[in-house]
Ligand binder design. Sequence first.
Ligand code: 3PG
Ligand code: CO
Length: 555
Amino acid sequence: GFSWTLPDHPKLPKGKTVAVVVLDGWGEANADKYNCIHVAQTPVMDSLKNGAPERWRLVKAHGTAVGLPSDDDMGNSEVGHNALGAGRIYAQGAKLVDLALASGKIYDGEGFNYIKECFDKGTLHLIGLLSDGGVHSRLDQVQLLLKGASERGAKRIRVHILTDGRDVLDGSSVGFVETLENDLSQLREKGIDVQIASGGGRMYVTMDRYENDWDVVKRGWDAQVLGEAPYKFKSAVEAVKTLRAETKANDQYLPPFVIVDESGKSVGPVLDGDAVVTFNFRADRMVMLAKALEYADFDKFDRVRVPKIRYAGMLQYDGELKLPSHYLVSPPEIERTSGEYLVKNGIRTFACSETVKFGHVTFFWNGNRSGYFDETKEEYVEIPSDSGITFNVKPNMKALEIAEKARDAILSGKFDQVRVNLPNGDMVGHTGDIEATVIACKAADEAVKIILDAIEQVGGIYVVTADHGNAEDMVKRNKSGQPLLDKNGGIQILTSHTLQPVPVAIGGPGLHPGVRFRSDIQTPGLANVAATVMNFHGYEAPADYEPTLIELVDN
Ligand code: 3PG
Ligand code: CO
């Protein structure tokens, strides 16, 4: 029968303190001036890379290696941390939604049947991120859902868009809105009353995460549900173009707007009897809105009016909270994660990051599960992020504070595993500010030093890796790798993640001298890290885990 007990590793001892450091958005790429990691002073990461070749290597962090639909899909933190923590590759939300739409099964499920009840008398509202980034959502899935829902009885539909510019180029929002508008006009020709009803930039409207700033969600609520916003337009294309030009906001930060009719009335507030679908498949930035839409008791902001609706998520976003209770596609069933195994085998675990990445080293790491496995053996510490700023303003973020917490946890002797996420490369990389990203990379490197020094002191082991690329390439390139220019001759800044591999560095005084990376796994990915970490705690990984990256040689 099944047992949580892990087999002992035949050679590696128990009782070592293991630091697991995840540098968010830290990939490996050619050294040029758009590679902020290369430009920055990063002596610690450099020394790991240039140290023993059998203790530094690259692993895949994008595409099918992390359960995404194709190898053209860049990595992201959700799938990256899922793979790191779960030690296996799961078909992820993007892929599961693709399959459910392609087979039509999405329309047979409980979630769709639940919202369908409203189609006769109410409006169907679709809320989510409008781009082809494939990290939180995909435009082609929205297009299919619009078609499928209208063919199955939805007669009145309103789309509430969030513009991207973070997983895709800034400025691309206009094209995505035009594409959507074109689809909607074809649906109107078929007699469907369908319109874009509201919008706003994802980082300013709705898509906050880990409760960093509820005002973001409130701004969305006001526009989407109440039909109120500071800006009113007749069309969404006009809205996006005008707001970009006049407020100087980029796609990520467009202010909220509503679309109004001839009489100036919002065309799509959410009313009693309506159905709402949040079409993002990724959880972190939809959980807060899901709570506002679903919870009867809710005190995070004044909702003013709480319509009686039927609400479904594209996926269920939190398996522990069962939120939302209705969803169109079942999420990947990530179970038996390395975190759960290790805790059940007595490994005392400390995890820490700042708010904007806190759920990454806890919730995503543990297979999209919130909370502790065993409160007596785990401590998760969240350092409050600065809110209301873009992180290029403070590129050091809380790296130092996170590192100091990790150091203290290591030195305390109270923990066997100390795990952190250092957000700088990613969060500052997403701003597209190259100079700030260079500073961010330096700050992350300094944080790594603090943690490695503590590991040195206690005779422990470290694993330093990353969840996906970002800061190592800040320019959009053509197929042969040349930077692409915009209309004005400037470079096209790449705010998104990349397809690059990420480093895995291992070491520390506690690491058995015979440990080295195996050469017989040709293209390992992030999922191979979990078994490796289990080995360092003195255990063998379960048989169905992706194989460990290491082997032992006699010396
Ligand atoms: C975000 O949500 O900030 C971006 O879409 C992806 O970034 P992350 O995957 O690094 O969180
Ligand atoms: Co990111």
